[in-house]
Design a protein around this ligand. Structure first.
Ligand code: NAP
Length: 291
């Protein structure tokens, strides 16, 4: 696609964001749909997010994705919000309608579609969510929607975990917060965790040698361990979980589905899922061996 004077622009705002594969995924989709649009990654420091949102209006961007660490701020900065974004208290997708910004949360449905595709059942499960930031908010709503029996959310900062548990309890009353390994284990006394989801950036490229603290002794035999990180595909957490015999699922499916839903919001067109999936695979293969 040739960039021209009338090319429409969408972007992902994050910090860091240079590792993102969303540009490859969305640009391949625009090409396949014959749309003269382009998608770029823009690094926005936390203290500049308000200015960046004003920039969406000033520059006439069609919309944006918002990623780590801006999803909660994004909800504050839009003019109106869709149901999932309001329930989660976080937005990952913004549509610019002539200067009026509408926020959506496609992580909620994206996570559910990815879990379904990966064969991970959530209904009736005791779930441990590692992380309590913007993405964990969307996933918490997904888990309640899917009928999880209970959701324990963890964060190193107690107030973050507590705030997310409060949000989820206002929806369905099946959430608890934990801020230490001891608390995570204590909360498993009613029954070990059957699903563990990492929604922290620990292990994300370039810090691939990290992983969040996981209380393996409190995880049930046959449990599923899901990572939302997709770069690298196999995080240290997933490798460790697989070595212990747990089922694993990478964050790639969630990235694909949340992106497809965002693209449909911006363009009103059906997302070319297979084109997007292949573009993601190619992008990740290239990023494995940086020049
Ligand atoms: P965020 O709002 O900054 O939240 C990050 C959370 O992780 C916070 O609860 C933070 O709280 C915790 N944390 C940060 N660094 C940590 C570390 N080194 N060890 C343990 N905990 C840590 O970020 P976000 O937007 O929620 O994104 C979180 C992750 O989800 C990122 O890796 C992102 O790539 C991934 N994600 C993937 C998809 C996808 O489509 N696959 C979609 C959305 C998000 P404390 O500092 O209190 O622990």
């Amino acid at each position: 696609m040739q960039i021209r004077g009338d090319t429409e622009v969408v972007a992902v705002l994050g910090y860091p964001v240079r590792h993102s594969c969303s540009p490859e995924m969305h640009n391949a989709a625009f090409e396949a749909l014959g749309l003269n649009w382009c998608y770029v990654a823009l690094e926005v420091a936390p203290e500049r997010i308000e200015a960046a949102f004003e920039g969406i209006r000033a520059l006439g961007l069609k919309g944006v994705n918002v990623t780590i660490p801006h999803k909660e701020a994004a909800l504050r900065l839009v003019d109106e919000a869709g149901e999932e974004a309001r329930l989660a208290g976080a937005a990952n997708t913004v549509l610019n309608q002539g200067g009026r910004l509408k926020g959506f949360n496609t992580d909620v449905e994206g996570f559910l579609l990815a879990a379904k595709e990966g064969g991970v059942a959530l209904a009736g499960k005791r779930v441990l969510v590692l992380g309590a930031g913007g993405a964990a908010r969307g996933i918490g709503v997904s888990l309640l929607r899917a009928g999880a029996e209970s959701v324990v959310v963890t964060s190193r900062r107690r107030e973050r975990a507590a705030a997310l548990a409060d949000t989820l309890n206002a929806l369905a009353g099946r959430a608890w917060a934990a801020a230490s390994a001891l608390e995570v284990r204590e909360m498993a006394e009613a029954g070990p965790y059957q699903v563990v989801v990492n929604v922290t950036p620990a292990g994300m490229w370039p810090k691939v040698g990290e992983m969040p603290p996981a209380p393996w002794e409190a995880v049930a035999e046959g449990a599923a361990v899901l990572d939302t990180i997709y770069n690298p595909r196999q995080t240290m957490l997933l490798e460790t979980a697989a070595g212990k015999g747990f089922r694993t699922l990478t964050g790639l499916g969630m990235l694909l589905y949340q992106g497809a839903l965002a693209l449909e919001i911006w363009t009103g067109r059906e997302a070319p899922l297979e084109v997007m999936r292949q573009a993601l695979d190619r992008a990740l293969d290239l990023k494995k061996s940086p020049a």
